[in-house]
Design a protein. Sequence first.
Length: 272
Amino acid sequence: MPVNEEHFESIPWSSLVAQTDARPWLVYVATGAVVALVVGLLVARSFPPTSAAPSPVVAVESSVNQTPPATSPTTLLSEADLRAELAPGESGQSAALARAEWFVTDYFTNDGAGGRSAEVTGALGRPFSSTGPEVTTYVEWARAWEVEHEGDGRYRVAVAFRSITETDKGFVRGLVHGVAVRVQVGPGGGTRVIDLPEPITFPPAPTPADLPLAGPVPEAIAEQAQVVASEWGKEATVLDGLEVGDAWRVAVQVADDIGTSWTLVVWVAIDG
């Protein structure tokens, strides 16, 4: 076929007529939706309004006439609170007793380690220098037996203690001494020693009770006393005893696990 020859496609006329005769169904659908909306609005206005179901909302409580929730205290302590004392007999007294025993142990120990002055200075809160002789001394024990509350967080504590001192013949156990230590206790339980130890004397001992002289012990009572003493040590030997009321007080010599013998007292009821 020649290249420059033109060709035409034939379109059936019937298809064009069908398209022009098709009904616009989209227009009808839109018109029906508008009519339905208008009818719905008219019907809704003809009925009285009703309360709709409440939608969930976050409840907000009014702050009027309500007690505020308890919160942790954040208010700064006043000077009066910081200087307030702890009630006698509570933790303030216990803290004073512990600090007094602690201070006596440090103060009367001189072992040449070089830390004594620092310990005493820390307890007093001011410089301290020892002026005593350079003799090695250790506090064997220290016990507080009395405490007096002087007010404003101050306590006067009586402490008994015994020291062991090095001599030319070895270490010698000294006599029991008594001192009074004044301690300041803060509101938080912290302690401070107010002054150096004050020498005091012990109260007089009560008169001992009058007891009859000890004598021989019945065989059944002695056997029971040996059984009781054998639970503590070994080689129990009955020395003597005396009858007090409805029981026997029996003196027994018994050896400990190392072999050292001690004299102890065993109480045995007469009825067994």
